[in-house]
Ligand binder design. Structure first.
Ligand SMILES: Cc1ncc(COP(=O)(O)O)c(C=O)c1O
Length: 446
């Protein structure tokens, strides 16, 4: 018999959180500056499939089953977490699950979806699928969901999404704080969390402050939406919240670093984003009790962390070339490649980027920090010697262009990528020197 007190469960789905079996809240003690306000993080990765979205996936399916829908072939646009929940519940129910999602979703999340038995359709889209894109994840799922025998539950507009939080997250927090919560803060994606939890808490006590956090345009925080995208989101109702705060990538990832090093909490990027908003939204006053949602943990986002917190990963230096039995041959191969047809000029590289090629900057993060090409992907040469880099496209026909300071390391980068099976790789002649000389766009790196 399932016994929540003993944490003994009859089956996995009994582990989904609810008021009798809540996800934990843990007090943050060191990375907040408050003397009086108590801040508790709600650790949603204690759900059985690793994220806050397990609640939503379960309620979407439960609601559809109650309405008598046939769910044999489910399709859903997702930034990953709803997909993982739907995939695992589908496995339990014997349904087939297809996810439509952005190619830019971290490889770890796409791999986890595959591992969980999902059929993946990868498309050009935002990290969190954007409405109004005829070729995007939402349009594709809607189109497939209209086929006979198929169903799209559409978390972006299905009231069962906020309802999941009204029925579970809200009551859990109310009980865990003994009704003393004064502030609630959550990141904004579909806005199911803030809408459902906010509604429950406001009904209990209209004085509870409800705050949202969102990233900037062009952000790199998977699972949440910028203000522009939120404007197109059905459950985004800023007039019902007490405030909405924009958080930069640097603030969000910086907060994750503090959570790891100071609180020993391995939280994902949207948790750092929400906590950064707590510091802006909540005053330090006696009696204040804030609960902030931590949607998932860090392990699915190593490629994002490597990019934004390179200092935690140590220097990734290129393998020393020179000495060794084949050094001469390797140098000769690089020389041939340098003079071969795959080395292109800076202007041509920019033009190819406009057509979808990915510029792979193989310099070290410190060099990239000083000056970079907008839109380039930084994969230090040393990482390429370790095997396939996590954030490179999986498609071996994807057009790639390697780039460095002077055009030498990029040739080695090109050879390494070709050796890993990429069939369409070029290298930029003269690197950043030639790029700047040609007057092409650069930016001071982040
Ligand atoms: C990691 C992560 N954080 C935050 C959110 C935002 O939650 P909601 O969609 O309820 O606004 C999501 C949603 O996908 C998510 O995956």
């Amino acid at each position: 018999m399932t016994d929540f007190n003993l944490r003994v469960y009859d089956n996995t789905l009994d582990m989904l959180s609810n008021v009798d079996n809540p996800t934990p809240i843990v007090r943050l003690n060191r990375c907040i500056p408050f003397k009086h306000t108590k801040v508790y993080a709600k650790l949603e990765w204690y759900n059985p499939f690793g994220a806050v979205k397990d609640r939503v996936a379960a309620n979407l399916i439960k609601d559809a089953e109650k309405r008598g829908h046939q769910l044999q072939n489910l399709v859903e646009p997702t930034s990953g977490n709803t997909g993982m929940g739907l995939a695992m519940i589908s496995n339990a129910r014997g349904y087939h699950f297809t996810a439509t999602l952005s190619k830019a979703i971290p490889l770890e999340k796409r791999s986890a979806l595959r591992l969980f038995g999902t059929n993946l359709i990868e498309l050009q889209d935002d990290l969190c699928p954007m409405p109004g894109q005829p070729e995007g994840a939402m349009a594709k799922a809607a189109e497939m969901g209209r086929q006979p025998g198929w169903m799209s539950l559409n978390q972006y507009a299905n009231p069962a999404n906020p309802e999941a939080h009204y029925l579970t997250t809200g009551p859990e927090i109310w009980r865990q704080t003994e009704g003393k919560i004064t502030h609630f803060v959550a990141g904004l994606g579909t806005c199911g969390t803030i809408t459902g939890t906010g509604r429950f808490l406001k009904e209990k006590d209209p004085n509870i402050g409800i705050f949202g956090a969102h990233p900037t345009d062009g952000h790199d925080i998977p699972g949440v939406r910028s203000r522009k995208a939120l404007a197109l989101t059905s459950f985004f109702h800023p007039e019902q919240y007490n405030g909405v705060f924009e958080i930069t990538d640097a603030e969000a990832y910086g907060m994750c670093k503090r959570l790891i090093l100071e609180e020993s909490i391995a939280a994902g990027p949207t948790s750092g984003m929400a906590l950064a908003a707590v510091l802006k939204a909540v005053p330090d006053e006696p009696g204040n009790i804030c609960v902030v949602m931590f949607p998932d943990n860090a392990f699915k986002y190593m490629s994002s962390f490597r990019k934004h917190l390179p200092e935690l990963f140590g220097p990734a230096e290129p393998a020393a070339p020179a000495a060794g039995p084949f050094a001469e041959q390797l140098a000769a191969a690089a020389k041939f490649a340098e003079n071969g047809p795959d080395v292109i000029g800076a202007a041509e590289a920019l033009e190819r980027m406009g057509q979808g090629a990915v510029l792979v900057d193989v310099r070290n993060p410190n060099e990239v920090k000083q000056q970079a090409v907008p839109g380039a992907l930084n994969v230090p040469l040393g990482d390429l010697t370790q095997g396939p880099a996590l954030d490179l496209p999986e498609d071996l026909d994807a057009p790639l262009i390697t780039f460095c300071a002077k055009g030498k390391r990029s040739v080695y980068g090109m050879l390494l990528l070709k050796a890993q099976g990429y069939r369409n790789v070029k290298s930029v002649y003269g690197g950043m020197g030639a790029w700047v000389e040609a007057g092409l766009p650069t930016k001071a790196g982040e």
